[in-house]
Write a protein that binds this ligand. Structure first.
Ligand code: SF4
Ligand code: SF4
Length: 176
């Protein structure tokens, strides 16, 4: 079962890479400002998390094999989530690095930058305890990241659909 999930994930990564190779240059240019804004929001989340020492807690937890990055999460990423990662500059991995957890877990944490709501939102009781009052502030900061990613994903999706239709029509009218 896990193998089937993994094959599906790798297939989607390859599809996203193909889209990136085909339209990446154009999409990066067209959504330059949105990508910059999303990147800043993600950096802001990371910065605040570091301040709260949450990454240290999660690192220890991962070393003990209790990390919450479960294998099924990787399947939640569709082609456009992965394409967004390429567009923001992530070299999306095509091979697993850590067994038994989400495909995207690396030896030094998550190997993606634009993540799922569950990845950004989930806090175990230990993490909640560590954060205390900072949890509300973290939720606010993360909210911006999630909203920007959601809006940009929809825009990119529409644009890719348009580009695909256009190239399909062009191919049809090509002289043999
Ligand atoms: S959020 Fe909790 S369960 Fe998840 S990695 Fe961090 S400490 Fe571990
Ligand atoms: S944070 Fe990264 S490694 Fe963890 S579940 Fe999400 S995508 Fe997977």
């Amino acid at each position: 079962m896990e193998k089937v999930v993994e094959e599906k994930v790798v297939e989607r990564i390859k599809e996203a890479k193909k889209l990136f190779e085909e339209y990446g240059f154009y999409l990066r240019e067209k959504f330059k400002d949105e990508l910059k804004e999303l990147n800043s929001a993600i950096e802001e989340t990371h910065r605040f998390m570091k301040e709260t020492k949450l990454p240290d807690l999660c690192r220890v937890c991962a070393e003990e094999g209790k990390c919450c990055c479960r294998p099924w999460v990787a399947e939640e990423f569709d082609v456009y989530d992965l394409l967004l990662n390429y567009l923001i500059g992530v070299e999306v991995p095509e091979e697993r690095e850590v067994e038994g957890l989400c495909f995207f877990v690396g030896k030094r944490g998550c190997r993606l930058k634009v993540r799922q709501v569950i990845c950004v939102d989930f806090l175990c009781p230990k993490a909640e305890e560590l954060l205390g009052k900072n949890e509300i502030k973290l939720r606010e900061i993360e909210g911006k990241e999630l909203e920007l990613a959601f809006i940009l994903k929809e825009k990119v999706k529409k644009e890719v659909e348009k580009l695909r239709t256009f190239s399909h029509v062009k191919d049809k009218h090509k002289s043999p």
